[in-house]
Ligand binder design. Structure first.
Ligand code: NAD
Length: 257
């Protein structure tokens, strides 16, 4: 069991990467607080864990709201006695996110409220809890676009993930001596709801796949395995990284094929 005696709080646990990570972390021995703005989805994830013999609670939390973030951390500590793994994973990619000319201020602000402020608030309330537990691991979900930018315009999303990556580096440096590791997880394009709702025709899918050396989209379960490594003590000397799990897309953009 790679997460024996650990307590993990995962945001966006109702779907995609968050749900797969919740199930995997629990299977590896962690007690899991599954947080999501969609309570029914969080409850389904938690129920799946309990059915498989694990320990889990569901918490309704909108990560853009300070009170919700404070409450989700408190709920995890109350249920399981401590918090040792914080996975700030919730994020959105707005349908109207576009180029600089077309993206509205409202879309920009909403994207930043969830993707950037959500990570900040998770840390604001989560780091004191990790301190109380004697240390732990924070994983912030960024994206390969934080490093490359995107070939199709989604300016607010790309900028928000750049902010997650730079925030992660500073958090890692500041909290390293407190036994708190902080890493960014940078997935490539995945076959989850978030992306597939836009790449909804074969032509759109192929336009994206042409850039991925492996010639396929990633699976949320593959990202969960990377998150498990960052959560566990196997990554004990790893902090401040931009952990790319991207089927080679970053290498392909930067190296001529
Ligand atoms: P998903 O849409 O399948 O799941 C996201 C979950 O977050 C949903 O359950 C949703 O209800 C929840 N959520 C949305 N807004 C929230 C809020 N304000 N507070 C709490 N929960 C909220 O998406 P996914 O593909 O699993 O994405 C998870 C993370 O991975 C996101 O940060 C996303 O930006 C990032 N990511 C995804 C891809 C991809 O191709 N899918 C690539 C790189 C990075």
């Amino acid at each position: 069991m790679r997460l024996q005696d650990q307590v993990a709080l995962i945001t966006g646990a109702g779907s995609g990467i968050g749900r797969e990570s919740a199930l995997l972390f629990a299977a590896e021995g962690a007690a899991v607080a599954a947080a999501d703005v969609n309570l029914a989805a969080a409850e389904a994830a938690a129920a799946g864990i309990v059915k498989a013999g694990g320990r889990a609670i569901a918490v309704k939390a909108d990560v853009s709201q300070a009170a919700d973030c404070e409450a989700m951390v408190a709920a995890a500590e109350k249920a399981f006695g401590k918090l040792t793994v914080l996975f700030n994973n919730a994020g959105i990619s707005h349908a109207d996110d576009d180029d600089a000319i077309s993206t509205t201020e409202a879309v920009w602000d909403l994207t930043f409220a969830i993707n950037v402020k959500g990570v900040f608030l998770g840390c604001k309330y989560g780091i004191p809890a990790l301190h109380r537990a004697g240390g732990g691991s924070i994983i912030n979900t960024a994206s390969f676009v934080a490093i490359l930018g995107a070939a199709t315009p989604q300016l607010a999303y790309t900028a928000s993930k750049g902010a997650v990556l730079s925030m992660t580096r500073e958090l890692a440096a500041i909290h390293a001596r407190q036994n708190i590791r902080v890493n960014a997880l940078c997935p490539g394009p995945l076959r989850t709801e978030l992306l597939m709702k836009y790449l909804n025709t074969e032509e759109k899918k192929q336009r994206r796949l042409v850039h991925i050396p492996m010639g396929r989209f990633g699976e949320a379960a593959e990202i969960a395995k990377a998150a498990l490594y960052l959560a566990s003590s196997e990554s004990s000397f790893v902090t401040g990284t931009e952990f790319l799990v991207d089927g080679g897309i970053t290498a392909a953009y930067t190296t001529p094929l």
